[in-house]
Design a protein around this ligand. Structure first.
Ligand code: MG
Ligand code: MG
Length: 256
């Protein structure tokens, strides 16, 4: 079942998304060579709770952390650990906030120090593909229009578009209908209506699109061990242009 949100409900998601976006800014300040991914997770949980929210991912289907931290060849669902960030790594930080009964969801892939030109381009194009998808998150288009834009932009650069994992509706539950694939056909799928809230999240691989699940039951890696990038926003379908509820502004300010 697809839930279209009222303006009152969207306002609560907007508040949740603001806490989340600020938490991302806080983490962005700390992402550098020499810090453990567990330390980032600890700070994110403190920040979210200090601001009246609850980390959406913690205890979700038994996931024990507030962040999914996916380094280099890890696509998504990586677990925070004693791993220390190295110069040249890329690190996807995925986080959700639950606030006043509503979830928001946002991910950003950071370079650590100096990354290769090839990997830097992967980050740029993956972020662009997110915004290309969002450009179709507008009343009158269909879900497939979002999917198509993302796929076309990534594949134009020769990248692999992950198919097994998808974006999603979001609201009272972290994952609601509909699924939002990062590949698809124009003009296909659900017709987009005002008030539908989606988490759009391209997962784009430098090499093959194929993935493998590791033995921990969570971590998803690329099958060729080449790097993967992931960016995500929570958006509302509107007339003329989507309303993007999460923002990367706090992250980008923190990096200056
Ligand atoms: Mg997410
Ligand atoms: Mg998500």
């Amino acid at each position: 079942m697809v839930f279209y949100k009222t303006e009152e409900e969207i306002e609560l998601i907007r508040q949740s998304a603001l806490i989340l976006s600020k938490a991302h800014g806080e983490i962005a300040r700390l992402v550098k060579e020499g810090i453990s991914t567990a330390a980032l997770d600890k700070r994110a949980e403190e920040f979210i709770r200090d601001n009246g929210g609850v980390p959406s991912f913690k205890n979700y289907n038994g996931f024990p952390y507030s962040l999914c931290i996916s380094v280099n060849q890890t696509v998504v669902h990586g677990m925070p650990s004693s791993y220390i960030l190295n110069d040249g790594d890329i690190i996807s930080v995925d986080c959700g906030v639950y606030y006043k009964n509503f979830h928001s969801d946002c991910a950003y892939t950071h370079p650590v120090g100096n990354v290769s030109e090839e990997v830097s381009q992967l980050l740029t194009v993956t972020k662009e593909s997110l915004y290309k998808g969002i450009s179709k998150a507008v009343v009158g288009y269909r879900l497939g229009d979002i999917s198509y834009e993302i796929q076309q932009h990534a594949e134009k650069h020769g990248y692999g578009v992950v198919r097994e994992l998808v974006g999603h509706g979001i609201g009272r539950s972290l994952h609601e209908s509909p699924e939002v694939p990062n590949y698809g056909r124009r003009g296909q799928g659900l017709k987009l209506q005002n008030g539908l809230v989606l988490a759009i999240e391209p997962m784009i691989n430098l090499g093959t699109r194929h993935i493998v699940q590791e033995d921990d039951g969570w971590t998803i890696n690329t099958s060729d061990n080449k790097p993967s990038a992931h960016f995500e926003h929570t958006v509302v379908i509107r007339k003329d242009a989507a309303e993007i509820l999460t923002t990367f502004d706090y992250i980008e300010q923190a990096k200056k």
